[in-house]
Design a protein around this ligand. Sequence first.
Ligand SMILES: CC(C)(COP(=O)(O)OP(=O)(O)OC[C@H]1O[C@@H](n2cnc3c(N)ncnc32)[C@H](O)[C@@H]1OP(=O)(O)O)[C@@H](O)C(=O)NCCC(=O)NCCS
Length: 268
Amino acid sequence: MNNLMDTAEYRNLPLLPIHEDDVHVWLTFPDEIHDPEILTAYQDIMDKEEKEKCRRYKFEDARHACLITRALARSVLSRYTEKSPESWAFSRNTHGKPEIVTDRSTPPLRFNLSHTKGLIACAVTLGHDIGIDIENTTAKSVNLDVADRFFSPAEVKKLRSFPVSEQKNRFFDYWTLKESYVKARGKGLSFHLDQFSFLLTQNRPLGIMFDKGINDNPEAWCFFRLKPTGDHIAAVAVHKGRLHNIQMNVTKTTPLLNEEPFSCIILK
Ligand SMILES: CC(C)(COP(=O)(O)OP(=O)(O)OC[C@H]1O[C@@H](n2cnc3c(N)ncnc32)[C@H](O)[C@@H]1OP(=O)(O)O)[C@@H](O)C(=O)NCCC(=O)NCCS
């Protein structure tokens, strides 16, 4: 079966329900997508600004990731509504966070994107602030000086207390959690990363603590850690407000082509 036939069939899938207490995480593996026909279909659903953004990347792999990120966001959002992938419009806040330009027919979907070597992710909720961060743990070596610079004193102390063999993964746990929170708040680099701390305590739910400088309520947040592959660590932050039980499910997709449930370790 050729890809375009697959695409037509895929577009006929019934709409996906999403509820207030759902977090849907969609994963795409860019190195698996090379078919020129599907890449052309991705080009065709981008708007002018997105095409320009992708063109600006100097390296082919970055252009490829940019194209697939756009296709992922557009195709995923269209799984929840009758809107076609090419019809979505986005705006960015002053710190660069993209949001959907809504009209009366659009449900209050919120989303956030993250890309790293070998993996692209899109997290979706109904109405909640959301942030996702993925990192390829093989791509970077870990230098604890970075933690000294960006993490809170409590986090640095805890990180240094782990056996050296565990420190790299713990570093990425903190890093992705901190990024996910900053991304959910949409404030980018204006945020003071050392003014909030994650509590990574075995057998206890993930928690966050804020210094006086940050006006936020720890109880209103829910965090997840994911291990999608042996090379990747991810975290998701959701502003759940008063909701108690936020459910997450993870789907692997080739945008516009197929999707399947993806099982991976999820810690809450
Ligand atoms: C831009 C930033 C939000 C995330 O950057 P990143 O981790 O390098 O990149 P990710 O792949 O996870 O996320 C990039 C995507 O997030 C989205 N994004 C951009 N600005 C955003 C913001 N202010 N808030 C939330 N999401 C944002 C965009 O969709 C972007 O992808 P796109 O430009 O292709 O659309 C910013 O927080 C940053 O540069 N952080 C790194 C700084 C740092 O020192 N972190 C230390 C962590 S302890």
